[in-house]
Design a protein around this ligand. Structure first.
Ligand code: NAP
Length: 363
């Protein structure tokens, strides 16, 4: 990352050239592709299965609704070496979003998360090294690459996380998803720093909310908001803060990072750190008592010893290091350098919950 700072930053991107978006069927990627098409761009999107209606159908609808731009789909898997080469031909910008986002439901974190995140990033960036047209890579990293547990903030002299911070507390056994994002971003900077043709810009979102463009989205984001209204977290929730941001702002950040001539470095993209009860209260105030929103905070000792029974990711160490701790991010760089104007979080949660109702995902 240091080498990059020494370079001339201004870099013009030709918007008439195709732009590659990996993991095109994902929750965030769908919105990125929508915005790129609305700008009239040609998008090359990769999916694992070109015959999957759940992946491809919503993308075709996004293309039709945009009524501008052009979307061409390619098959690619993070673990297949060379599988991104064809889709990358002629592209000046590569937006790499593909990576598994799972916090539960797997037995081997190395295979489920770390291998696809790290080897996938390496595969995509090795393809970038082989493709002379590429000038810029925008990587969807995460605040998970910046911090591991909320308790880490106590060791932070500023009292809030910035782009200068790196996750020092996650491992294969503790917060493996966060560890996968930390390792993948480190690997990306390492490969970037070994060459001088292309620039790397990272987008580091907190938990993403807001309406999905498909009811088939598998992102953990969808499950997180749904669990606040489907009774899974009723009647009480842990006193836990999460960083949240609107999916539309995250997508906009990628598009700005792709085209702004001076885009460089890391960007925390996050718009507040409400507690789970605060989120539930916003939803309850808007949607009323028809849904089973939690209405009180559980004592930490109860969550610590019984939380994992309800949620396999809520192991005692996770609870100890995250429940009852403060959390704060500095998002000023995303506003200053990418021009982001964030949606109010209330709108994010309300629009998202309404979409879950409309799509029959909450009853
Ligand atoms: P998502 O809807 O689950 O999308 C993940 C995408 O990754 C899918 O399109 C999937 O492709 C692709 N993928 C997974 N394993 C793959 C593999 N082996 N080969 C090729 N593609 C693979 O999740 P999302 O929320 O949009 O997340 C997108 C990115 O944002 C991820 O890098 C995630 O870490 C990051 N992020 C998400 C959040 C959040 O709260 N959602 C916050 C911070 C960062 P197929 O559909 O083709 O299988």
């Amino acid at each position: 990352m240091t080498k990059m700072m020494d370079r001339v930053m201004e870099q013009t991107i030709d918007k008439t050239k195709p732009i590659l978006v990996t993991g095109a069927s994902g929750y965030i990627a769908n919105w990125i592709i929508k915005y790129l098409l609305e700008e009239g761009c040609t998008v090359h999107g990769t999916v694992r299965d070109l015959n999957s209606e759940k992946s491809v159908g919503p993308l075709r609808k996004i293309e039709a609704d945009a009524a501008r731009g052009k979307l061409k789909l390619f098959k690619a898997d993070l673990l297949d070496q060379g599988s991104f080469d064809e889709a990358m031909q002629g592209c000046e910008v590569v937006i790499h979003t593909a990576s598994p986002f799972l916090v539960r439901g797997f037995t081997d974190p190395e295979q489920a998360l770390i291998k696809p995140a790290v080897e996938g990033t390496r595969n995509v960036l090795e393809a970038v090294n082989r493709t002379d047209s590429v000038k810029r890579v925008v990587l969807t990293s995460s605040v998970a690459a910046i911090f591991g547990d909320n308790a880490d903030l106590k060791k932070n002299a500023r009292g809030y996380f910035t782009e200068e911070d790196w996750n020092f507390s996650s491992s294969v056994d503790h917060q493996p998803y966060s560890y996968s994002k930390f390792l993948a971003e480190k690997e990306a900077w390492k490969i970037h720093d070994a060459q001088s043709r292309w620039h790397l810009v990272t987008i580091n979102p907190s938990m993403v909310g807001g309406p999905a463009l498909t009811q088939y989205s598998q992102s953990t984001s969808i499950d997180t908001l749904r669990s606040l209204g489907n009774g899974k977290l009723w009647p009480g929730v842990p006193r836990m803060r999460l960083g949240w941001v609107d999916v539309r702002d995250v997508a906009r950040a990628h598009v700005e990072a792709a085209f702004r001539p001076d885009a460089e470095g890391r960007h925390i993209v996050s718009n507040g750190e409400p507690t789970m009860l605060e989120v539930a209260t916003i939803l309850k105030n808007h949607f009323g008592s028809k849904y089973k929103f939690p209405f009180f905070e559980l004592p930490k000792r109860i969550v610590k010893w019984f939380g994992w029974v309800l949620d396999s990711s809520a192991k005692p160490r996770f609870v100890e290091q995250n429940v009852g701790h403060e959390l704060k991010f500095d998002n000023s760089r995303s506003k200053a350098r990418l021009g982001l104007q964030y949606h109010p979080l209330e709108q994010t949660f309300v629009d998202h919950f309404q979409q879950l109702i409309d799509d029959g995902m909450i009853r």
